[in-house]
Design a protein around this ligand. Sequence first.
Ligand code: AP5
Length: 219
Amino acid sequence: MRIVLLGPPGAGKGTQARRLAESTGMNHLSTGDMLRGEVASGTELGLLAKSYMDRGDLVPDSNIISMIQIHIGDPAGVLLDGFPRTVVQAEALDEALKQAGTPIDKVVHMSVDTDELIRRLSSRALCTDCQTPYNLESSPPAVPGKCDRCGGAVVVRDDDKPEAVSNRMNVYRQLTEPVLHYYRSRGDVVEIDAIGTPDEVFAKLSQSIGAGNSGRPSN
Ligand code: AP5
C-alpha cells in the first residue's frame, strides 16, 4: 500500500504513522524525521535544511524530492508523513509512483482545530535519537528528559517555539493546502477528524484505510 497522511503541524501524523507502521510492517517515511537526522549528522543537506526548519519554512523541493525518491517503491509499502507538502512535490510523487508501478492507495486528511494544534505543539518534546514524540502535559517520558524507548535526550524542537509555529501554520495554509485540493480534485482524499485520544484517532485512521482497528489490512 501507498498511503499519504496530510494534515497541519501537530495533527498527529507522526504519532499515528509510527503506530500504523508497527502494526502493518509498512515503511514509515517522515521527511521531517529524515531532515532532523541529517541535521544531527551535520551533513551538507542538514546544514542547508536547519535554517529553513528553525524558521518554520519549507526546505527546497529539489532537496526533498531527491531525498525521498529512493524509498518510494519499497515493496513493504510506504506511509508518507510530511510529504508531499507542495504541489511540485505531489507531481514528483505521482511521477515516481508511475515509474514504480505502484499508485497511491489512500490520501488521509487529518483535521484538527488551530487551538488544539497550538496546545499540542507548545507541550511537545521529542527524542533526539529515535524521534519518539512526547507531550510534556499528557504523556511525558517516565524519567524527565530521557526517552522511554531508547534512553536518548528528550528536548523541545526549535520549530515548536511560538514564532516558528505561527509561520509553520501560514506555510501550511499557503503551500500545503493546495496539495489537499490537488488530491481532492481527483477524489482521492479520505477525511478524518483527528481530535480524540491517540487510540481513538488510530481506530478512525485504521478504519479509513480499511485496515481494521489492529491496523492490519483486512483483505
Ligand atoms: P515535520 O516534522 O514533518 O513537522 P510537521 O508537519 O509540522 O508536523 P509535526 O511533526 O509538527 O506534527 P505531526 O502532525 O507529526 O504531529 P505529532 O504526531 O508529532 O517537519 C518539520 C520541518 O521539516 C518543516 O517545517 C520543514 O521545514 C521541513 N520539512 C519536512 N518535510 C518537508 C517537505 N516535504 N518539504 C519541505 N520541507 C519539509 O504530534 C504532535 C504532538 O501532539 C505530540 O506531542 C503528540 O504526542 C501530540 N498528539 C498526537 N496525537 C494526539 C492526540 N490524538 N491527542 C493529544 N495529543 C496528541
